[in-house]
Design a protein around this ligand. Structure first.
Ligand SMILES: C[S@@+](CC[C@H](N)C(=O)[O-])C[C@H]1O[C@@H](n2cnc3c(N)ncnc32)[C@H](O)[C@@H]1O
Length: 282
């Protein structure tokens, strides 16, 4: 692999500022190698011979370069049944509470960001396996991400060994077909149970059209944001929750430090955050 291009401090800050304003993600000087590596790849693909010519191309969005640039910088680490205590909480507490006063109708769940789809497919599998009322409700599961490349992979539904490492073998047997030694495709039925859409968490114009949800999983993205973009994302997601709806964050993330809009709910399996019900406590 060729050595990455080295940019000046000023160039670095122009690039990371451009990325921050579009994604909310902060790439400070400690991420210099990561940033220069990806910049080098984009320069090679676009045939740019200098930082200046690449940056001009990026700013003018030549051939949709902004989308490709963002795709190159996201960190898409994920796997099936990640932080599964929240899946347990989903069925034992959250959905029980959301459906306590109705026997049918829609249940809407949003996995944002979903990366390559392991999270929303895990939710679908978990509901099929553990929620007795699964057939009584019209369950809508949407997976969204800013990265359009991972959304394509999510739709294709082909996964490697690492993605499946936490899944019990009987679930792999039941919900996947083996393609070769190292890859498995999720079965058609399950693929059809999740819809994938692009969404940028810090842009209300992209989150708002998704409507309101009973439960949102927003895990392991706020760690890449600074305080201002965390707050922006939290305010956007608040609007995407039905009154009384719940939001689950990653283990190392806490809404209490970000926004006072939500109430903290401590269940046996997980701490989650709730949009207060209209006219009173959650
Ligand atoms: C580490 S993955 C988390 C995936 C999954 N939620 C999980 O916990 O396994 C982080 C994802 O956040 C996405 N992302 C980064 N900034 C975003 C933004 N502003 N809006 C939506 N998604 C974003 C990235 O593309 C990446 O796929």
């Amino acid at each position: 692999m060729a050595e990455p291009i080295q940019v000046s401090e000023e160039e670095y800050s122009r690039l990371s500022d451009f990325l921050y304003r579009r994604t909310g993600m902060v790439f400070n000087e400690t991420k210099r190698y990561y940033v220069e590596r990806r910049l080098t790849d984009r320069m090679a693909v676009t045939g740019a011979s200098s930082f200046a010519s690449y940056f001009a191309r990026l700013r003018s969005d030549a051939n949709g370069e902004i989308e490709q640039f963002i795709n190159a910088f996201t960190v898409n680490e994920t796997y099936f049944y990640r932080e599964d205590d929240q899946l347990r909480c989903l069925t034992s507490d959250l959905l029980a509470e959301r459906t306590a006063r109705r026997r049918s109708g829609a249940v809407r769940i949003w996995s944002v960001p979903c990366a390559t789809g392991e999270e929303p497919y895990s939710i679908a599998m978990w509901l099929l396996e553990t929620w007795p009322q699964v057939d009584a409700f019209e369950i809508e599961i949407i997976g969204s991400d800013i990265d359009t490349r991972v959304l394509q992979a999510a739709e294709a539904g082909v996964f490697g060994r690492r993605a499946l490492m936490r899944l019990p073998p009987e679930l792999i047997e039941k919900y996947f077909e083996r393609l070769d030694e190292d890859s498995w495709r999720i079965i058609e039925d399950l693929r059809g149970s999740v819809r994938f859409t692009p969404a940028n968490l810090i842009e209300a114009s992209e989150t708002r059209p998704h409507g309101q949800f009973d439960v949102i999983f927003c895990r392991n993205v706020l760690i890449y944001f600074d305080e201002a973009s965390r707050r922006q994302a939290a305010e956007n997601l608040y609007e995407n929750l039905a009154p009384g709806g719940f939001i689950c964050l990653g283990h190392s993330e806490s809404m209490s430090r970000i926004s006072p809009l939500f109430e903290v709910r401590r269940f046996a399996d997980a701490i989650v955050y709730q949009r207060p019900k209209e006219g009173g406590r959650g």
